[in-house]
Design a protein around this ligand. Structure first.
Ligand code: ADP
Ligand code: MG
Length: 259
């Protein structure tokens, strides 16, 4: 078997809350192979987002992670934020459900794309602008040389999500983590964004971790699937096997509940 790009072992996530300690992720194992799509599916609150937030080192200040998260053999748990920053945003990157909250309404999208290219990527202002236009082209925003000067509110929800994907791809990541990236979009736009992600993955060869509660998406897009329930992985395997012969009653129930 090829070495996974990312491997998670016995990951535990806990939060300090008003009523004590909440054990949100209870010792899970995940392997993300290079160039493949892995889905994490499960009901709301099962720990999908916090698992991947731990991988990114982005837990809220009342939370902490234990266990092991290795990126190409390098342990990420316990790294300082400075060290982590050499991986996140460049090797590992994440997009979220609502792109409006991640884009700054006060700045043109071109400037938001160009800024990290200048500060992290070391590009000049004009090179960053050129790269920003290329990135918008990559995510198929029409007329990118003009749209680069738009403000986020001048774009549709689907276009804003495309901009977020463009930002995530700016440094050629190895792993793109997409946390319910289409949930806030209407069905036709959802399909377009999924198609775009699939196409980009094929062309760029990155791994995609797709968090969703939509089994239809999992079936169509994921090579491997992990099913989470109450902070645990109850079942995992190649997507076709998992759907053809679910082993866990919870997986069976999810499949039976599909519309
Ligand atoms: P999912 O993405 O599967 O819907 P999450 O990973 O977001 O679930 O959440 C897992 C659990 O952790 C939930 O019970 C959620 O309420 C809890 N949780 C998430 N963030 C915090 C936090 N900052 N403080 C306390 N509990 C949290
Ligand atoms: Mg979530």
């Amino acid at each position: 078997m090829t070495e996974p790009v990312l491997s998670v072992r016995n990951l535990q996530v806990r939060f300090r809350t008003g009523d004590g300690i909440l054990h949100a992720v209870k010792g899970i194992d995940l392997d993300i192979p290079p160039g493949e799509t892995v889905a994490i599916v499960g009901e709301s609150g099962s720990g999908k987002s916090q698992t991947m937030m731990s991988v990114m080192g982005l837990l809220a200040s009342n939370g902490w992670a234990e266990g092991s998260v290795k990126y190409r053999g390098q342990e990420l748990i316990g790294l300082s934020p400075e060290k982590l920053n050499t991986y996140r945003g460049s090797k590992l990157t994440m997009i979220f459900q609502e792109p409006m909250t991640s884009l700054d309404p006060l700045y043109r999208i071109g400037d938001q794309l160009a800024l990290p290219l200048m500060t992290h990527g070391g590009l000049s202002k004009s090179a960053a602008r050129k790269r920003a236009i290329e990135l918008l082209e990559l995510v198929r925003i029409p007329d990118p040389a003009r749209r680069i000067d738009a403000y986020p509110h001048e774009m549709s929800g689907g276009q804003r999500q495309r901009v977020m994907i463009a930002m995530a791809l700016a440094n050629n990541p190895d792993v793109l983590i997409a946390d319910e990236p289409t949930t806030a979009l209407d069905v036709t736009v959802q399909a377009q964004i999924l198609e775009l992600l699939r196409d980009l993955q094929k062309r760029l060869g990155m791994s995609v971790v797709f968090i969703t509660h939509d089994l239809g998406i999992v079936r169509r897009f994921a090579d491997h699937t992990y099913v989470m329930k109450r902070g645990e992985v109850v079942e995992s395997g190649p997507t076709t096997d998992l759907f053809a012969a679910p082993k866990h009653p919870y997986t069976q129930m999810l499949i039976d509940a599909e519309p």
